[in-house]
Design a protein around this ligand. Structure first.
Ligand code: HEC
Length: 122
């Protein structure tokens, strides 16, 4: 019995842990495969906060890089480096899930509201 309680407690505590990835204290970048490349290439012109504050899928990350290359003098990457940078960005800074609630199903909506609207004369 005590064992079961201890087990359930352990499971609960485990699930309540915030998902905290290890981050580099200097840049705030999540430490994961390829982070050194992003550390080296992406902090030269602006803060790494511009990177860590952005969420995007792989294609949008590529679009951002292409935009900086076309307009902000960002240098070209060899394909291998670019792929590793995109892997890192798309894995660690993916789009956030939609925070809006789902629409209320019709079955939970009030009955036809024309019955209950009070007219101005009432
Ligand atoms: C050669 C300079 C330069 C380098 C290197 C650079 N950027 Fe940028 N980046 C810019 C400039 C300039 C802006 C616009 C800043 C602003 O709006 O204040 C920018 C903006 C951004 C933005 C914000 C885009 C938006 O839509 O608001 C993101 C995200 C970003 N960069 C990510 C990166 C990443 C990832 C890398 C590394 C692959 C990188 N940057 C490397 C120059 C650079």
């Amino acid at each position: 019995m005590t064992q079961r309680i201890a087990f359930l407690l352990a499971v609960t505590l485990f699930w309540c842990q915030p998902v905290s990835a290890e981050t580099d204290p200097r840049t705030g970048l999540i430490i994961d495969t390829g982070w050194e490349l992003v550390n080296g290439h992406c902090g030269a012109c602006h803060s790494h906060k511009l990177v860590t504050g952005q969420r995007a899928d792989r294609q949008t990350w590529l679009d951002i890089i292409r935009w900086m290359q076309a307009t902000q003098n960002l240098w070209q990457f060899d394909p291998d480096t670019e792929n590793k940078i995109l892997d890192y960005l798309a894995t660690n800074y993916p789009p956030l899930p939609n925070r809006r609630r789902a629409p209320i199903p019709p079955s939970l909506m009030p009955a036809d509201s024309s019955d209950t609207v009070l007219s101005a004369e009432d």
